[in-house]
Design a protein around this ligand. Structure first.
Ligand SMILES: NC(=O)c1ccc[n+]([C@@H]2O[C@H](COP(=O)([O-])OP(=O)(O)OC[C@H]3O[C@@H](n4cnc5c(N)ncnc54)[C@H](O)[C@@H]3O)[C@@H](O)[C@H]2O)c1
Length: 427
């Protein structure tokens, strides 16, 4: 086996340090992290302590890291949404391959600029549409390509964001405002646009969308609500979004439930109950969900037309108890449907017995996103070793889903107007 592939990480937050870096622990023969950058010193300390990256290779910003000649084979770009493209362009010029967190950018111009630079430099750019690397979606795509349901006619997909995940990330957290990060349909559902495009196997031609931020605003604050949950009155008892309930005592994402992992470790590094309570007293995650500065939608639907007369519907909603996705693909010879909680597909070819395809794996055998976080790293390493450039989620494929998402947002803002994607790109 040749030497491990070397990696530098820009943005050692949840994704950089907890989704991709752990691959080194499982596959030291494949990955060696040699440098990193973050504006938060405690994240760099974790990089040093957990991965042995020397002090002189830990930088206080992406700019500082990129002011040096190329330090590694691959740069992982896991900063916030609007920081990705400038970093990735510079990295490609320096000769890095790039593993780029989604979304590429909320600006279509920047997406196209990156696509052009990737082609010009001939470097690998893999965008982190991790769902394609899960057993669930990979098996579904393989079934469809084998013609299991005949010609695909319609697809129906739903993203159940989960009430607590929505409150955490999209009301109190980093993705609550589209001017700071991205509109919801891009931030959360560019994965779904990518999956629909991939499963349809055809270009998307037109989209139409409706949606709004209906609930998480001052008009819905119960009596006794305050700026922070810890200062509120009796309304806390019945409020499922109460911050102490979510992060300390509740059953869905409390410290005991997450065992110190996500999302507890977004509030504070190396969380304890005491540190979390402090964060709820002073930080953004202790705010009342009806008194935040959020503006992204809490539910949205999209209708999509693909070439070949394939039509799809997609719904993203905050208002679900669990966090998962469902999908149903109907074709001329049968129908297949499944969900990412049971991890089972039900294939019913017309006139034949139902087949259940069980895609569950033993607990603990997969990393995050149903194995997608680790699957994307496997494929990136294979791609680099084989000298290829076209990954499963290369920049070309990814730009298509970004155009779909951005056009859906434009449609929503124009009251559901149908948007032709070629015209939208050219606009
Ligand atoms: N692929 C997926 O499924 C998936 C899931 C969640 C998030 N994301 C995306 O991943 C990206 C990162 O998300 P996250 O949850 O890790 O966020 P995060 O805030 O935890 O991490 C971002 C890190 O970047 C650091 N940073 C900020 N400015 C910097 C700079 N100039 N130089 C270097 N570091 C800097 C921050 O201090 C932080 O540690 C986002 O774009 C997000 O949309 C992707």
């Amino acid at each position: 086996m040749s030497d491990p592939i070397t990696f530098a990480i820009c943005g050692c937050g949840s994704r950089g340090l907890e989704a991709y870096a752990p691959y080194q622990k499982r596959h030291p023969e494949q990955m060696k992290i040699v440098a990193g950058a973050d504006t938060r010193p405690e994240r760099l300390r974790l990089l040093r302590e957990q991965y042995g990256v020397p002090e002189e290779m830990c930088f206080a910003s992406d700019e500082a890291l990129l002011s040096r000649p190329r330090l590694a084979d691959v740069l992982i770009v896991a900063t916030q949404d609007r920081q990705h493209v400038p970093t990735a362009l510079k990295a490609l010029d320096l000769g890095y391959h790039v593993l780029l967190e989604k979304p590429i950018s909320p600006e279509l111009d920047e997406c196209l600029q990156l696509q052009e630079k990737a082609h010009e430099t001939g470097r690998i750019v893999v965008v982190c549409h991790v769902l394609r690397y899960t057993r669930f979606y990979a098996s579904l795509e393989a079934l469809l390509r084998q013609g299991a349901v005949g010609k695909i006619e319609s697809i129906d997909a739903m993203e159940h964001v989960g009430y607590w995940h929505y409150a955490h990330s999209f009301v109190r957290g980093n993705w609550r405002r589209k001017d700071e990060t991205s509109p919801m349909i891009l931030a959360k559902s560019c994965h779904d646009m990518d999956i629909l495009r991939w499963l349809a196997g055809e270009r998307c031609l037109k989209v139409q969308s409706f949606g709004s931020l209906d609930y998480f605003n001052a008009a819905h604050a119960p009596e006794g609500a305050a700026d922070r949950c810890l200062n509120a009155g009796a309304c806390r008892e019945k409020c499922p979004y109460d911050a102490e309930k979510l992060y300390i005592t509740g059953k869905d994402c409390s410290l005991s439930r997450t065992r110190g992992g996500w999302p507890s470790n977004v509030l504070v590094s190396e969380p304890t109950e005491e540190k979390i309570m402090d964060a709820l007293r002073t930080g953004p995650y202790g705010r009342c969900v009806f008194h935040c500065d959020n503006d992204v939608v809490d539910h949205q639907t999209v209708n999509l037309e693909f070439a070949g007369n394939i039509h799809a519907t997609f719904t993203m909603t905050a208002f679900t108890d669990k966090v998962y996705r469902t999908i149903k693909v109907a074709g001329t010879q049968g129908i297949v449907e499944g969900d990412t909680i049971s991890n089972k597909l039900s294939l019913r070819r017309f006139g034949e017995e139902e087949q259940i395809i069980d895609l569950t794996t033993p607990p603990g055998s997969l990393s995050g996103h149903g194995g997608g976080d680790s699957g994307i790293m496997d494929q990136l390493c294979d791609l680099i070793r084989s000298g290829g450039t076209e990954g499963l989620t290369s920049v070309d494929a990814s730009v298509e889903s970004h155009v779909m998402a951005l056009a859906a947002e434009a449609s929503r803002l124009r009251g559901g107007q149908t948007i032709d994607l070629d015209a939208f790109r050219a606009e």
